[in-house]
Design a protein around this ligand. Sequence first.
Ligand code: MN
Length: 242
Amino acid sequence: MILLISDLHLEEERPDITRAFLDFLTGRARSAQALYILGDFFEAWIGDDAMTPYQRSICEALRTLSETGTQIFLMHGNRDFLLGQAFCKAAGCTLIKDPCVVDFYGEPVLLMHGDSLCTRDEAYMRLRRILRNPVTLWVLRHLPLSTRHKLARKLRSESRAQTRMKANDIVDVTAEEVPRIMAQFGVRTLIHGHTHRPAIHKLQIGEQAARRIVLGDWDHQGWVLQVDEQGMQLMPFDFAPA
Ligand code: MN
């Protein structure tokens, strides 16, 4: 059995989500052969060299799961794209590219965070190209900590202000972009997060039936996609009472 989650937006200020995730790691995730985390795992990440005690405790919880035999795969989101190899090594995770094709029980499946599908948001797409450029990444990782903190705060408040202003359809995926990228990678299943609109969309790509599965964000409830020989099941679950 394989489990996929995304958009937990873990931060110290949300002990409810943190608790739910730690329970998930010692519960359901133990029986999975693999766990995929498709981005925005952390609400913010300014570098592996700046881990807070809180982030370190999450890192150790992941490592404990990996040591029990569950393989953990981690993809960057738009908030935690500075997560690096040092974190992954310490957490026992493997960093995977966005997009990437995996084999789930004989079926090729395309995994993405999802932000790159929101192509109508041109301002964001421009910013994304700049931020994800290897040169920018190198510079960001080598800025003094205080500068990185300032930058992260600025990006977050700008992103909040803009999301409020943007039309509803701009922050969702571009409908035409979905069949295009699925055809490019030769898949009939796409799984992504980012939009916080959990759903299973049935599609038609040429003559073939296809599907786009959107993982949900963890806020007042959690979301997990379970994949096994029987198929794929997208399930919400309640957080245990504090
Ligand atoms: Mn996102």
